[in-house]
Ligand binder design. Structure first.
Ligand code: HEC
Length: 132
């Protein structure tokens, strides 16, 4: 009801266009929710358990991984479904991020990330395993 009341006002009144227009522009610019934020300074990443997500935003992970869609690598949701969130799995997957490798999801290998420290890689895995 609220919408149908405001809509004609936006269309007909030039003065209100400016006010309503601001809101419309924002909606257009908004990225789809599953897109992994590309920049570490994006305020979106500073939410719950945000550390691992933030660390990944500074890396190339989003090139091959999305939260819910398979790209080159499996989606984080698929990974979270496959591995229970246990300390063993976090450690194993953190090693895999650092050394790279293939075989668990197919022939395509994941590039190694030798520059990532083990604690940082573990933070990333902890985040990945919460994606549902
Ligand atoms: C060049 C593409 C590419 C990039 C960049 C990449 N990955 Fe992957 N990733 C893959 C592929 C392909 C697999 C599947 C490997 C396999 O079959 O074992 C994978 C698998 C994984 C897995 C599951 C490993 C397993 O053994 O099941 C995790 C966790 C993961 N990636 C995290 C990351 C993180 C975190 C980053 C960023 C630091 C990253 N990936 C960057 C391609 C990539």
């Amino acid at each position: 009801m609220k919408k149908s009341f405001w809509m004609p006002l936006c269309i007909s009144a030039a003065v209100l266009m400016a006010a309503c227009g601001g809101g419309e522009k924002k909606a257009e610019e908004k990225a789809p929710e599953e897109t992994v934020a590309p920049a570490a300074d994006n305020s979106m990443v500073a939410d719950v358990s945000g550390k691992g997500k933030e660390l990944m935003a500074a890396q190339d992970c989003a090139t091959c991984h999305k939260e819910t869609e398979k790209v080159i690598g499996p989606s984080f949701k698929e990974i979270a479904e496959k591995y229970p969130n246990t300390p063993e799995n976090v450690a194993t997957l953190a090693d895999k991020i650092i050394s790279g490798g293939s075989g668990n999801w197919g022939e395509i290998p994941m590039a190694p990330h030798a520059g990532i420290s083990k604690p940082d890689a573990e933070e990333m895995v902890k985040y990945i395993l919460t994606v549902k």
